[in-house]
Design a protein around this ligand. Structure first.
Ligand SMILES: *Cc1c(COP(=O)(O)O)cnc(C)c1O
Length: 430
């Protein structure tokens, strides 16, 4: 970034500071990842200069011959990666993508049934302060109080009494396998769309380390910047045909339009909600999908899970309680309730002092408030990207456990800070 250094030293040194932080600490926030330099280059390319409202070969601006090729290539790779019938790559991020899905498939006031936020669901799945419960009704499901896991019988019963128009699976803080097939069957049985938001686990799905919501789920959304290891952004994948299309009283042309799920999604994204796509990000998505199609990515996805399992075991062996007593994916939710209620933030700060970056999070049925949650959420995508394996997870797990049990011990935190620095140097990145 020599140009930036010369022209704007203030921004340059701030970016440099963040780079050093990323190299120097164990980043364990499960929604983050470190992208390749190729993805960074595409994101920072001249494609950020272009306007291309519309879709390939149907643009509102001239000069899109290269952009069209890039978007089509990215779509082709996404289809290959997930086995989707239709892909829209233009959503700016996960939340706008979810807005587009509801806008495409629901009427104002229709009912969304997703997981409650404090149980691991996302804001956009019907949380009170979010547009998804201001414009739509929300009937959230929960996890089982004893096991911390999904109770599909309870989900089925709730769907039968609440009769939602869309059932959302996929979460931000759920450490277990998601039974997409069952979610779809329940949706079908109550006449609802099935939607899977695989933002967190898309990389695992692409790499075969988590069951796929394809081909049965009606619509699948994912961000591209989490386990999928691409640029910040999102995409919507869906069936070509809308199996719930209401066609009574429509003429032939209108019927065709009503059945065209892909068209509805595309029109909801543009011109429904967005203007011009971020072409630089589209190119970076293509690069990331290209990387994810390589055999190494399968190895990566499985190693993420193996690392999370090794880490979970070490934590539990060291008297740390985990929600659902383990993990099947890339993330672990530490339940601090046995030590004290509302300690999440305090422990996250102590861990950061020791060189381990995490985030405070509610645990299911948290006895405290979302502002003072009782859990800490950690994950292995970045450490795995850096090349760490089970041996390192054991070390990291022991450090985390020590900090949890003695968060005020400054000498301990300083000692571990030295050790985390050393480990980061050994697994250098960027
Ligand atoms: C991260 C996430 C989103 C939102 O993505 P943003 O890009 O932050 O808007 C949506 N749903 C789930 C399940 C997520 O984990």
């Amino acid at each position: 970034m020599l140009e930036l250094k010369d022209s704007d030293s203030a921004v340059y040194s701030l970016v440099q500071g963040e780079l050093e932080r990323q190299k120097d600490v164990l980043n364990m926030i499960p929604s983050e990842n470190y992208v390749s330099k190729a993805v960074l280059e595409a994101t920072g390319s001249v494609l950020c200069n272009k306007y291309s409202e519309g879709y390939a070969k149907r643009r509102y601006y001239q000069g899109n011959q290269w952009i069209d090729e890039i978007e089509l290539l990215a779509i082709e790779r996404a289809k290959k990666l997930f086995g989707a019938e239709h892909v829209n790559l233009q959503p700016y991020s996960g939340s706008p993508a979810n807005a587009a899905i509801y806008f495409a498939l629901l009427k104002l006031g229709d009912k969304i049934m997703g997981m409650r936020l404090d149980m691991g669901g996302h804001l956009t799945h019907g949380h009170t302060v979010n547009f998804s419960s201001r414009f739509y009704k929300s009937s959230p499901y929960t996890v089982d109080r004893e096991t911390g896991m999904l109770d599909m019988d309870a989900v089925r019963k709730l769907a039968e009494t609440e009769k939602p128009q869309i059932i959302v699976s996929g979460y931000t803080a759920y450490p277990r396998t998601i039974p997409f097939k069952e979610f779809h069957e329940i949706s079908e049985s109550v006449g609802a769309y099935s939607m899977a938001d695989i933002s967190h686990i898309a990389g695992l799905v692409a790499g075969g380390a988590h069951p796929s919501p394809f081909p049965f789920t009606d619509v699948v959304m994912t961000t591209t910047h989490k386990t999928l290891r691409g640029p910040r952004g999102a995409m919507i994948m869906c069936r070509k045909n809308d199996r719930l299309a209401r066609t009574e009283g429509l003429d032939e042309k209108e019927t065709e339009k009503a059945k065209d799920m892909a068209g509805k999604i595309d029109r909801a994204v543009f011109p429904g909600l967005q203007g011009g796509p971020h072409d630089n990000v589209t190119a970076a998505k293509a690069v990331a999908f290209g990387e994810a199609l390589k055999p190494e990515f399968k190895v990566y996805a499985h190693q993420i899970v193996a690392n999370a399992k090794a880490l979970a075991k070490t934590l539990m062996d060291n008297n740390v309680k985990l929600v659902s007593d383990g993990t099947d994916n890339h993330l672990i939710l530490i339940d601090l309730t046995p030590i004290g209620i509302g300690l999440g933030k305090k422990i996250a700060v102590a861990l950061e002092e020791a060189g381990i970056c995490t985030n405070a999070n509610t645990v299911p049925y948290d006895q405290s408030t979302p502002f003072k949650p009782s859990g800490v959420r950690i994950g292995t995508p970045i450490l795995t990207t850096r090349g760490m394996k089970e041996t390192e997870m054991k070390l990291v797990g022991e450090w985390i456990a020590k900090v949890i049990h003695s968060p005020d011990d400054a000498a301990l935190k300083a000692k571990i800070r030295g050790e985390t620095k050393e480990l980061c140097n050994k697994f250098a990145f960027y």
